[in-house]
Design a protein around this ligand. Structure first.
Ligand code: 3SL
Length: 241
């Protein structure tokens, strides 16, 4: 097995696919997706375009759908939800499909959607994703951070490092054997430095600061937890997990 970390969708190679691709948007799209599925949501369908989301979701029975839209960290007017995982309670999402569009996370998912296996990972479901990788042993694994509008995000690369760190710890292989690019080593180093204070890392991160300005402190606390949800968001058809 070879692991590759790509810090943004833009840095992710085109024209080829890995055996397994993992999208990461800790703040907050993949944390929200994991929470919806762990809370009994029927599925999550991701869109980069808001108009397309509205058009497709219109065809779904109203009582079986929820629409979540975020731009710049804020809820999109007219949508039931923004992108706070804390809003995705079992009472609200049970049996319903979440149609979601966010600034960066849904773009990352779209970037890797042609891979044979596509997963969504956050810190809160890291263990479930690692367990799957250790069981299936895909030959190539890409971990793709969402970043922010094309640039690096501290929290996504730290989560990529958390996943890679756990795979190295639990597999029979060394880091040297597993690392497919330098970014894997760098991501593990970042995670190792902050693993006991991931909330502190979020407070240093530019998107963490953006969310704090929007009074999303509780979201940051929730998303900074590790391995609390035993859920594996896996793509069933392009864009649907
Ligand atoms: O960029 C994204 O996809 C979002 O997750 C950003 S936010 O955390 O909802 O602001």
């Amino acid at each position: 097995m070879k692991l590759f970390v790509y810090d943004t969708p833009e840095l992710t190679p085109t024209g080829k696919t890995p055996d397994c691709a993992i999208a990461v948007d800790v703040l907050r799209a993949t944390s929200t997706i994991a929470t919806v599925l762990a809370s009994g949501g029927e599925a999550v369908q991701a869109f980069s375009d808001l108009d397309q989301l509205i058009e497709v979701s219109e065809k779904w029975p109203a009582e079986k759908r929820l629409r979540a839209g975020e731009r710049g960290g804020a809820k999109v007017a007219g949508f039931e939800l923004g992108n706070s995982p804390l809003d995705c309670t079992p009472e609200l999402v049970q049996g319903r499909r979440l149609f979601i569009s966010t600034t960066n996370g849904t773009r990352a998912l779209q970037r890797i959607q042609d891979s044979p296996t596509v997963l969504a990972a956050a810190l809160i479901n890291r263990a479930a994703v690692v367990q799957y990788i250790l069981e299936k042993q895909p030959e190539t694994v890409w971990i793709v951070g969402s970043g922010w509008e094309g640039s690096f995000s501290l929290e996504d690369t730290a989560c990529a490092g958390a996943i890679a760190h756990s795979i190295v710890e639990q597999s029979q292989l060394s880091l040297e054997e597993l690392a497919g690019n330098d970014e894997v080593i760098s991501a593990i180093a970042l995670y190792s430095q902050w693993q006991n204070d991931l909330l502190g890392l979020f407070h240093q991160a530019s998107h963490g600061k953006r969310l704090l300005r929007l009074e999303c402190d509780e979201d940051l606390k929730y998303c900074a937890q590790t391995d609390i949800l035993d859920v594996l968001p896996m793509q069933q058809e392009p864009g649907v997990l």
